[in-house]
Every structure is written in structure tokens, then in C-alpha cells.
Design a protein around this ligand. Structure first.
Ligand SMILES: Cc1cc2nc3c(=O)[nH]c(=O)nc-3n(C[C@H](O)[C@H](O)[C@H](O)COP(=O)(O)OP(=O)(O)OC[C@H]3O[C@@H](n4cnc5c(N)ncnc54)[C@H](O)[C@@H]3O)c2cc1C
Length: 394
């Protein structure tokens, strides 16, 4: 998703761009009645703007996207709760829940319409310096030479590993169970998140043919509990899920096949080196409770494109680490701040100690009564704050 967005942002610039991916990069025909893909992203207003300006949003809207206007968060072991609404900041929506496959296909459709170079089924296996360039070797033996490599190859980035970029990692000792479920009551365009004793449980609203009875769930829990929940047959799983969610949307009627993903938060100590830049999950993976992973990635792509295009206009050498550092300086503090906040949240809500339980309940209640603090939070979630690239500016 993030690499494709960057490639599109560099189109028509006179730069020679080659997008390579280990997958076939083929478009799947979309059927409106198709089952939901288990992997979804909550796209912020800033991401929507970036995708609109890259000509991708129409492709998303034509396929399937689910707007949400409200967010409701509560502590399962207390009485603290908080409610956010788009109307509090005079916005129409807080964001859209979109299946990752839909985002990828809309990006691919646009890429196929441009004259950007694309290499499918191109799995990178080796890379090394050769003079001022990188020499890349693919799994099928082909070699490529490039002065600048931008790694958007995800959480387990091969580029990051092959170039020895150090990371800081936190293992949450948590797995996330991901699937789509049908409930007996409509979700009312609300994203729901309950903090349970084992971790956060999110119900994200999905819409199909105007029906509001499907949700995408992300259930973070201990590996042992995840293993037990994954082994349950559908009816028993639905019953456990309904209980863990306090039946807020009535009965959980059915669940699609489940995926289980181990959760790690990871941050590269540097995003750039001579001839190299990391963006998206290759640079940072964040706990899904924030629902911000790909949103940070799209902002990385937009800022890096802006930096490269400005440098190109000035005739600077794009692979120069001094040029690339401008991107790092703009993105790293923002990403780190959000990751630190998520780390704090995660710990606070995992804490069993009575004073900490009291603190989080009191904190939630306090913030709930502070409309200005809530509006600040909503603006941050909408991506309306901070050093925004032109592609994301309202
Ligand atoms: C349970 C869960 C829930 C989430 N929910 C949200 C959410 O609500 N909102 C949100 O914003 N984010 C969410 N995220 C995070 C989001 O999914 C990621 O941030 C996003 O997928 C990162 O996109 P990316 O393009 O950087 O990397 P990826 O999507 O991982 O793409 C990497 C690409 O690199 C290619 N590749 C990998 N290795 C190689 C190689 N060696 N050679 C060639 N190509 C290669 C792959 O084929 C792929 O196309 C969630 C994550 C999880 C685990």
C-alpha cells in the first residue's frame, strides 16, 4: 500500500521509478456481494486526502468502504468510558474502514494506468553497495542497479535486514485474532473498543449494500488465550466474543474464518542512509489498537515524495543522505510520539495494580468531561495536526 502510494506521488516528475514487489501485482475483479477480507485498515481523513490527490480514492469508493462517525472506548474492568464524534470537530466522518485488498487494488488500478515501471514476482534476496549504487539480486537471479532504494517492504523488511538497519523492538506477548462477524444489532457507524483483562478488543463497522450488521474485529490477547480461541468452533467462538464484548451489539451471529497475527512494535533507529530510505511498516510497526499503521505510512510516502521532488527541482542528488534526512527529520518525531503514546496506553490498560486501574478509569471519565481535550484527540486521529505534507493538507 505505502510503496504504491509513493510511486504514484512521483509520477510525471521526470524521475525514473521502478516499483518492484514479490507478489504478482495482479488486479482481482471485485464483487460487491463478496465476503469481507479479514485485514482492514481504519483510514484517516489525511490518508483519504492523499489517496484522493493520487487519484485512488474513487477506486476505493467504487469498491467498498465503510465510513464511521463515532468512536466508543471503555474499560472492561471499570466504569470509565469515552465517546468521540466527528460532529464535535464539524467533520462528516472520523474515517473509513477499508479492506486492505480494496486499497491495494485501487492503487494497482491507478498504477496500471500510469507509465511507471513495475516488476511483479520480483522477490528481493540480496543487496550490496557497488560504487555509488545498490546492486539488487532477485530470487530468480535477475540483478538490478539503482542509486536510491526506498524500502516499503513491510514489517519484516528484507531491505532493512540486508542493509543492517538497527531496530528497537517491543514484544507485546500478544496475538491479534482478526476476522469479520455479523451481529444482531447495527453498529451505528461507530468504532467500538473495549479494554479487556487480556488486551483491547475492537469492533470496526463494515457496510455492505447499506447493511450495518457486519464488523471487522481485532481481538488482542495472550498467545495461550489466542490459541484456545482459534481452536474453538464457530458457535463457541461467537459466544465467547459476545461475552468479551459485553453484548454491546447484541448477539454475535456468525464469524468468518479467523487469522491470528503475533504483535510486535518495532521502530528503525534510522529511516535513511546514503542511497536508502525506509517508509511504512519497514520503518515502524505499531500496535493495532491505535488503528494508525498505514496512516503513518501514507504520511511517510507523501513527505518523502515532497522532499524528493523539491530536491529534484533544485538539481540536488536524491541519494544524498543529507537530502533524505529531511524526510527523517519530518517523520521520525511524529511516528515516535504516537508509538510512545500507544506503548503507554497498552501498559496502562494491561496493569492489574489497583492504583493504575483507578487512574485509567478516572482518566477516561475526566477526559470524557473535557470537550476541548476530546476535540484535540479527534483532530489528531483525523490527521489534521502537525507538519502535514501538501498532499495531506485540507
Ligand atoms: C491486526 C492488525 C490490524 C491493523 N489495523 C490497522 C488499522 O486499522 N489502521 C491502520 O492504519 N493500520 C492497521 N494495521 C497496520 C497496517 O496493516 C500496516 O501498517 C500496513 O499494512 C503497512 O503497509 P506497508 O505498505 O508499509 O507494508 P505491507 O502492507 O506489509 O506491504 C509490504 C509489501 O512488500 C512486499 N515485499 C515484502 N518483502 C519483499 C521482498 N523481499 N521482495 C519484494 N517485495 C517484498 C510485499 O509483497 C508487500 O506488497 C493493522 C495491522 C495488524 C497486524
Amino acid at each position: 500500500m505505502v510503496g504504491s502510494a509513493l510511486a504514484l506521488a512521483l509520477q510525471d516528475s521526470g524521475l525514473e521509478v521502478l516499483l518492484l514487489d514479490g507478489s504478482p501485482l495482479s488486479l482481482k475483479p471485485f464483487a460487491a456481494e463478496a465476503a469481507f477480507e479479514p485485514r482492514v485498515s481504519a483510514l484517516s481523513a489525511a490518508s483519504q486526502r492523499i489517496l484522493e490527490r493520487l487519484g485512488v480514492w474513487d477506486g476505493i469508493a467504487q469498491r467498498r468502504s465503510s465510513p464511521y462517525t463515532d468512536m466508543h472506548v471503555w474499560d472492561g474492568s471499570g466504569t470509565g468510558q469515552i465517546h468521540f464524534s466527528a460532529s464535535s470537530v464539524h467533520a462528516d466522518v472520523l474515517g473509513h474502514i477499508v479492506e486492505n485488498r480494496v486499497v491495494q487494488d485501487a492503487l494497482l488500478e491507478r498504477l496500471h494506468d500510469c507509465d511507471l515501471g513495475m516488476l511483479a514476482n520480483a522477490r528481493l534476496e540480496q543487496m550490496r553497495r557497488s560504487g555509488d549504487d545498490w546492486l539488487l539480486t532477485l530470487a530468480d537471479g535477475r540483478t538490478l542497479r539503482a542509486p536510491l532504494v526506498i524500502a516499503a517492504d513491510g514489517a519484516n523488511s528484507a531491505v532493512r535486514r540486508l542493509t543492517g538497519v538497527a531496530t528497537r523492538e517491543w514484544d507485546y506477548l500478544h496475538h491479534a485474532i482478526v476476522t469479520s462477524v455479523r451481529c444482531s444489532q447495527p453498529h451505528r457507524k461507530t468504532a467500538w473498543q473495549r479494554f479487556t483483562d487480556h488486551g483491547p478488543l475492537a469492533f470496526l463497522p463494515l457496510e455492505r449494500d447499506g447493511q450495518q450488521d457486519w464488523c471487522s474485529i481485532v481481538w488482542s490477547t495472550t498467545p495461550a488465550e489466542a490459541e484456545r480461541l482459534m481452536a474453538l468452533e464457530e458457535t463457541a467462538f461467537c459466544a465467547e466474543l459476545e461475552r468479551a464484548f459485553e453484548g454491546r451489539l447484541g448477539e454475535v451471529i456468525s464469524a468468518d474464518p479467523r487469522l491470528c497475527v503475533p504483535l510486535r512494535q518495532r521502530h528503525a533507529k534510522r529511516y535513511v542512509a546514503e542511497g536508502l530510505a525506509l517508509i511504512g511498516d519497514a520503518a515502524h510497526t505499531i500496535h493495532p489498537l491505535a488503528g494508525q499503521g498505514v496512516n503513518l505510512g501514507f504520511l511517510d510516502a507523501a513527505v518523502l515524495a515532497e522532499v524528493l521532488l523539491q530536491a529534484h527541482q533544485r538539481g540536488e542528488r536524491l541519494a544524498d543522505v543529507k537530502v533524505l534526512s529531511r524526510y527523517e527529520r519530518r517523520r521520525m518525531p511524529h511516528n515516535l510520539a504516537l508509538m510512545a503514546a500507544m506503548e503507554g496506553f497498552e501498559r496502562l490498560f494491561q496493569a492489574d495494580a489497583l492504583p493504575l486501574r483507578w487512574l485509567r478509569n478516572a482518566g477516561l471519565k475526566l477526559v470524557e468531561q473535557m470537550p476541548e481535550a476530546k476535540a484535540l484527540f479527534v483532530r489528531e486521529a483525523l490527521g489534521l495536526t502537525g507538519d502535514l505534507p501538501a498532499l495531506a493538507k485540507p
